[in-house]
Design a protein around this ligand. Structure first.
Ligand SMILES: O=c1ccn([C@H]2C[C@H](O)[C@@H](COP(=O)(O)OP(=O)(O)OP(=O)(O)O)O2)c(=O)[nH]1
Ligand SMILES: [Mg+2]
Length: 153
């Protein structure tokens, strides 16, 4: 298990009080559940997208890490509540509020309650690329084949 400490700012005073802090649901969870810091229940009609505050800012600070915001599978599968950007990427130098773009891709209206868990945040390793310009690559087994080039099932 790898654990690391990050600076976090509470931007909504309900967070850590009436709205629980983001936390791992189980010891083995990869994602921290993020909660909607909305003032009122927020209704998302089919097709609608809204940007939802999480009430907190996280400074990852380490360029070899980033955070990704992913949908919760239950909300996404059962209710069609996914992310307007499909996946959110939080840069290590971002110090603003973490926002979640919620998209109702389903065909029924969904209401997000204050404090509801709307998405999850996963800390991931990052390698920043530098480029070495070449004219030819050393041969690989795949070469330039892609998009189904390895044949049927
Ligand atoms: O779901 C998201 C995605 C991004 N962000 C914040 C953190 C991230 O570091 C910043 C910029 O995100 P990104 O680079 O994906 O957006 P952009 O459209 O390229 O904006 P920018 O020009 O600010 O980089 O916005 C969020 O709070 N939630
Ligand atoms: Mg960007």
């Amino acid at each position: 298990m790898s654990k690391q400490r990050f600076q976090l700012k509470i931007l909504d005073e309900r967070l850590g009080d009436t709205i629980p802090m983001p936390s791992y649901a189980t010891e083995g969870s990869a994602g921290l559940d993020l909660r909607a810091c909305v003032e009122q229940p927020l209704t998302l009609a089919p097709g609608e997208t809204d940007l939802i505050p999480t009430g907190m800012a996280l400074h990852i600070d380490d360029p070899s890490l980033a955070a990704m915001i992913l949908p919760r599978s239950g909300l996404g599968h059962k209710h069609g509540i996914v992310l307007g950007n499909l996946v959110g990427l939080i840069d290590s130098d971002y110090q603003g509020q973490i926002m979640v773009s919620c998209w109702n891709r389903g065909n029924t209206t969904f209401t997000i309650e204050p404090g509801e868990r709307i998405a999850q945040l996963v800390i991931v390793p990052v390698v920043q690329a530098e480029f070495e310009l070449v004219n030819e690559f050393d041969a690989s087994l795949r070469g330039e084949g892609g998009f189904g080039s390895t044949g049927g099932r």
